[in-house]
Design a protein. Structure first.
Length: 349
């Protein structure tokens, strides 16, 4: 038990990144770094008591600088996509980085995943808090925004991620964590036989550029119906427009939530017996089946990550919500708190 702080390599500008390792009484450990407030590893036991790291990632901060897949990163000020790399707020239009097919993805070229956060460990609480000051017009967003992301490892094998922020002007905030999970072990191959349940009656379908059309489409009778658990592989190869657009699953699910923190997803690994449950108060969750994972840079321990070697469950506002009046608004009013919680809980069956 406890927290250990160690060095995690130097960035290209000479700054040094640090790694915090948190352990609980069950022998589960997580590692988080101040570079990008990133979740680096999650080591937990399988049904036979054997431990393995179950998230994809890298061995050094220098590799996280090239982190094209955003592995483990905290994303902000606005995660996911904004159509046309622009939005209008209070009658003024704000231009953002065009970093994906004419749109903004995860806030552009220098999001919160590319900065060193201020780190503070609290051994008594088994938590590490990362704080960041995002100045007015950072990434193109109005207002000074101060945010803290706290990772806590509980003795119930929960990773609690709590976001707490405030801005001095009306702005847009949508933050999430972009961890890729493989419950058989980060280097164990594809995740297609993992069994998934999602508490969602609808998705927000997207066009070929992954921008929502504005429709709320029921999952009934579609490959996106995970209300009864099924293997990810079962329907991923169907000749269906949305699956073609995303190269597989890369879609926002409209969660059945009520504002409280509740269970919205469960994943089971067939061989190891590991189980991941997701709890959140967010209205949406992006399920991404790792369709475009690339081979470089080399992952932890020399692992080569291929297509669909990991999956993401990113809790969030709906993508491009700022440009859709029928989506819950991601606008944060000046002086009001931005507070949200997501929990990843591990067990075995």
């Amino acid at each position: 038990m406890g927290i250990k702080i160690s060095r995690f390599g130097k960035l290209s500008d000479g700054r040094e990144a640090h790694l915090a390792t948190i352990a609980n009484k069950n022998g589960m450990t997580i590692e988080v770094t101040d570079f990008g407030a990133t979740l680096v590893s999650v080591v937990t036991a399988d049904k036979n008591g054997r431990c393995a790291d179950v998230i994809l990632g890298y061995d050094d901060a220098t590799d996280y600088m090239q982190n094209k897949g955003y592995m483990g990163a905290t994303l902000g000020r606005c995660a996911n996509r904004i159509c046309g790399a622009a939005f209008t707020l209070n009658g003024k239009t704000y231009a953002l980085d065009n970093n994906e097919n004419g749109n903004t993805l995860h806030s552009g070229f220098c999001g919160y995943d590319k900065v060193i956060w201020e780190m503070k460990a609290d051994e008594a609480a088994s938590s590490v808090a990362f704080s960041h000051h995002s100045p007015d017009m950072d990434q193109g967003f109005p207002g000074n925004f101060d945010v803290t992301v706290t990772y806590t490892l509980t003795d119930d094998n929960e990773i609690r991620i709590e976001y707490d922020g405030k801005a001095d002007q009306d702005t847009v905030v949508n933050m999430t964590n972009h961890t890729y999970f493989n419950l058989e072990g980060h280097d164990s191959g594809d995740i297609l036989e993992h069994v998934l349940w999602i508490d969602a009656d609808a998705i927000t379908p997207a066009n070929a550029a992954s921008i929502p059309t504005g429709e709320i489409r029921p999952v009934e009778g579609t490959p996106f119906d995970f209300r009864q658990e099924k293997a990810i592989a079962r329907d991923i190869g169907q000749e269906e427009e949305q699956l073609k657009n995303g190269g597989g699953y890369d879609h926002n699910f409209v969660l059945n939530v009520d504002g409280s923190v509740k269970k919205v997803a469960k994943v089971k690994a067939p061989v190891s017996g590991r189980v991941l449950e997701v709890f959140t108060d967010c209205v949406g969750m992006q399920f991404y089946s790792g369709n475009f994972l690339e081979k470089t840079p080399v992952g932890k321990g020399g692992a080569i990550y291929e297509k669909r070697n990991g999956f993401c469950l990113e809790t969030q506002f709906f993508p491009d919500a700022v440009n859709h009046e029928n989506f819950k608004s991601p606008v944060l009013k000046a002086g009001e708190p931005f507070l949200t919680t997501t929990i990843y809980k591990f067990s075995v069956e």
